[in-house]
Design a protein around this ligand. Structure first.
Ligand code: SF4
Length: 355
């Protein structure tokens, strides 16, 4: 099958086994071509294959090194956004975490999130997800140590695509990225969580990380900022997380975007700690990164420290996420191109201002 054939599956979305089955007659062998593509970025055995190359790259400084945000074009005239986040470890060596997108836009409508403003334009294919790793590793030459599905989109809305991408990324004959260094982050769709839990029980998947966006101490606040909560409230979400298969000392990461005046009171910290108490989990407090036209500012340092102190006093295990890439709209919750928004449907005959 020629590699410039638009209907041929890209090798990037396949495991070595799937690739060999589809392309048995490659001179020199499919396994060798696959390995060279993933390990060295070398596509000489695959003539006509277009390698992922960023259309735009933005860089900004953080105390731990350069944050790199990059854009890949995907049909039809859309784009994915990904961010490489630097981290300095205990041995002072710098590593990168790659934040990948699983969709262009998102249907979940979280009010604090820039991506939500786009609506859902489409889900990405496995190859388009893996292309983000490929561009980071072989084009930008920043091979990530960790991969987190925390970019644009709700991964459980594109679960088949995300699982196929993880299969390709962890294939020992290619990218060989460790399963223990991949995290899937979700708003907590209960149907998707049950399907993902079944996958994590399979051999080879036990160490996949799970992060869940909680962002509120109770249903009243959560339903206001995360529409999914109206259908899937916090008690049901906690039941699903209690059933999550935990292997070894792993913990579920509970993400909590701290928004001034919305969810940052001492009472909220106590309520959150009490909700999280039965779970094998760590609460990750993320200072809010304002989206475009945000009604809320970022929290100041004192209120972040205060909230963390309240959580600790209430007996919660918690951490704080350092803010990186905010000035180039590359921080958590800020991805999305305002020019690619899904057109709003206008009801005929309705006044222009009606919702
Ligand atoms: S926070 Fe995540 S799930 Fe919510 S709208 Fe943004 S990308 Fe979608």
């Amino acid at each position: 099958m020629p590699f410039n054939d638009a209907n041929a599956p890209s090798p990037l979305g396949l495991t070595a086994h799937e690739f060999a089955r589809a392309h048995a007659r490659i001179p020199g062998g499919a396994a060798d071509a696959y390995r060279r593509l993933f390990r060295d970025g070398d596509a000489t055995a695959l003539p006509g294959l277009t390698l992922p190359e960023p259309a735009r790259v933005q860089r900004s400084q953080s105390p731990e090194g350069e944050v790199v945000k990059f854009v890949l074009r995907v049909p039809p005239n859309l784009e994915t956004e990904s961010v490489l986040i630097p981290m300095v470890g205990r041995t002072r060596g710098r590593t990168y975490t790659l934040c990948v997108s699983s969709q262009v836009g998102c249907a979940m409508g979280c009010t604090f999130c820039e991506t939500a403003q786009m609506g859902l334009l489409r889900s990405l294919t496995p190859a388009e997800i893996v292309a983000q790793w490929f561009a980071a590793t072989h084009h930008l030459r920043l091979r990530p140590k960790n991969i987190v599905f925390m970019g644009m989109g709700e991964p459980l809305d594109n679960l088949a695509g995300v699982l196929a991408a993880i299969r390709a990324l962890t294939d020992h004959l290619g990218a060989a990225h460790p399963m223990s260094r991949i995290v899937v982050s979700t708003v907590g769709r209960l149907d998707g969580l049950a399907r993902l839990a079944a996958q994590v029980r399979e051999p080879g998947w036990h160490r996949l990380g799970l992060a869940v966006s909680i962002n509120a101490p109770n249903d009243q606040i959560r339903s206001r900022i995360m529409p999914i909560n109206r259908a899937m409230p916090m008690a049901a979400l906690r039941e699903a997380l209690l059933a999550w298969p935990i292997f070894g000392a792993a913990k579920i990461c509970l993400e909590y975007v701290l928004i001034p005046g919305v969810n940052d009171a001492t009472e909220h910290a106590r309520e959150l700690a009490s909700w999280a108490r039965p779970l094998p989990a760590c609460i990750n407090v993320i200072p809010y990164n304002p989206r475009r036209d945000s009604p809320w500012p970022a929290p100041d340092e004192a209120s972040v420290d205060h909230f963390l102190g309240d959580l600790v006093a209430a007996g919660a295990y918690c951490k704080r996420r350092r803010t990186k890439g905010r000035e180039m709209m590359g921080a958590c919750g800020q991805l999305g191109n305002p020019q690619l928004r899904r057109p709003r449907l206008v009801r005929l005959g309705a006044p222009a201002s009606s919702p």
